[in-house]
Design a protein around this ligand. Structure first.
Ligand SMILES: Cc1ncc(C[n+]2csc(CCOP(=O)(O)OP(=O)(O)O)c2C)c(N)n1
Ligand SMILES: [Mg+2]
Length: 435
């Protein structure tokens, strides 16, 4: 669906530096190569590989975690850059999700966090078709999803007809909490023998069933990858014209803002270009060799603070471990990100490492997220999909990872010693008895 829309809306590709190339982001030939190796249209869309794809997903629930990070970053941007006479940022973040996303634990963490932070700029649309790969969801899933989300302090809406868009208008009017729209839908709608069944999830419908489905839609049965006359034009007049106007309006707003607030505008330009301000490293302390040895988390905390004080868009936090990881930003004005202080720079993820792992990955601010050395194993699946470790250089998104190991080795040594002593003692006792 994403690729089709990018194609029909005639979204243009940009190069590595974000400059338009004049080529379509997704051509019809690209769509013909869906799920083929090295195509622009992999089964799980990849950020940077295809213009218009805003995040890389794959692991279910990951995109929902990303969306909470995007919404938090949006709130932080508003706080940092908007002025009463110049509201530069006021966008919302939408995520489309499915039964699998709703079941995955990561989405529960992300939803809980979003509700706590009252992120009313976040809207999740849940395609509730009650079918997954193995069959109907009642094999393994009977949550009362809406009650659960109300418990997370979300606004919830229910839509019986997937074509009814009125709920979106209501969702946009909610100003104190995120919104979940549960949409009852039918998977594979229009396929007479496979709709509403697991067979419609990912496997090919088959030649005969494709023909029957086309018949249902009144579509020519002998045409493949077919866009009827007039469709491109209709998209250009609708979404294309609206998008162009919105873009031009924002650019004019930003140009005026740049004259009125040149320093803030320069700061925003640096963030957009993934660059750092001059003098960002002026205050980095040095540490002399010390026989007692300063713990590396101490020195790393001092370095982080020295840099963050000079780079206002370094924000981040831990999953309830910052006093221990020493990643608290302590200088004046750093503050905590809270629902009544979206400008705070210390993020408190609570004890939600999965939500933290996914949430930090789709904002342009520099984000840090420290954990103990063994915790990435626990987070890895969700980090893998969109990991800055994986494509750090290629897209310039910067994320600081701190992996700490607080004396684990020495403890392990100590317990090995203890075990050896106990074993020796037991062996001695046994020896005495048998002797
Ligand atoms: C973390 C994770 N586990 C498993 C999968 C494999 N997988 C892909 S889709 C899917 C479930 C499909 O059901 P649903 O999410 O309801 O999507 P629908 O078929 O209704 O569109 C599964 C288990 C995955 N992508 N990510
Ligand atoms: Mg489903």
């Amino acid at each position: 669906m994403l690729y089709s829309l990018l194609h029909l809306a005639n979204v243009k590709a940009v190069d590595e530096d974000g400059k338009p190339t004049g080529q379509p982001a997704v051509s019809l030939e690209d769509i013909e190569r869906f799920r083929q190796i090295d195509s622009k249209t992999p089964g799980h869309p990849e950020y940077r590989m295809t213009t218009g794809v805003e995040t890389t997903t794959g692991p279910l629930g990951q995109g929902l975690g990303n969306s909470v990070g995007m919404a938090m970053a949006a709130r932080w941007y508003e706080n940092r850059f908007n002025r009463p006479d110049a509201p530069l940022f006021d966008y919302r973040v939408y995520a489309l999700c499915d039964d699998g996303d709703m079941m995955e634990g990561i989405s529960h963490e992300a939803a809980s966090l979003a509700g706590h932070f009252k992120l009313s700029n976040l809207i999740w649309i849940y395609d509730s078709n009650r079918v997954t790969i193995e069959g109907r969801t009642d094999l393994a899933y009977s949550d009362d999803v809406e009650s659960r989300f109300r418990g997370y302090h979300w606004h919830t809406l229910h839509v019986d007809d997937a074509n009814d868009a009125a709920a979106l208008v209501e969702a946009k009017s909610v100003t104190d909490r995120p919104t979940l729209i549960v949409v009852n839908s039918i998977i594979g709608w229009g396929s007479p023998n496979k709709q509403d069944s697991a067979a419609a999830h990912g496997e090919a419908l088959g030649v005969q069933e494709v023909a029957l489905t086309k018949k249902f839609y009144g579509w020519p049965e002998d045409k493949f990858f077919y866009v009827p006359d007039g469709v491109h034009e209709r998209f250009a007049e609708g979404i294309g014209a609206r998008g162009k106007a919105a873009r031009e309006e924002w650019q004019a707003k930003y140009d005026a803002y740049s004259k009125q607030y040149p320093e803030l505008s320069r700061e925003f330009a640096l963030i957009e270009a993934h660059e750092l301000p001059v003098g960002w490293d002026n205050d980095i302390p040095t540490f002399d060799a010390d026989p007692k040895g300063m713990a590396s988390r101490e020195s790393s905390g001092k370095v982080l603070n020295a840099i963050a004080a000079r780079v206002p868009w370094i924000i981040g936090g831990a999953a309830d471990l910052s006093p221990s990881t020493k990643t608290n930003l302590k200088f004046e004005g750093a503050g905590s990100f809270e629902y009544d202080n979206y400008g705070g720079r210390n993020l408190h993820f609570g004890i939600r490492e999965h939500g933290m792992g996914a949430g930090g990955q789709r904002s342009r601010v520099v984000e840090f997220a420290p954990v103990w050395l063994h915790i990435p194993d626990f987070q890895r699946l969700h980090e893998a999909a969109d990991s800055p470790l994986r494509d750090h250089g290629s897209r310039g998104h910067l994320r600081l990872h701190a992996r700490l190991h607080r004396r684990r080795r020495r403890r392990a040594d100590a317990s090995a010693d203890r075990a050896a002593r106990v074993a020796a003692r037991r062996a001695g006792a046994h020896g005495a008895a048998s002797g």
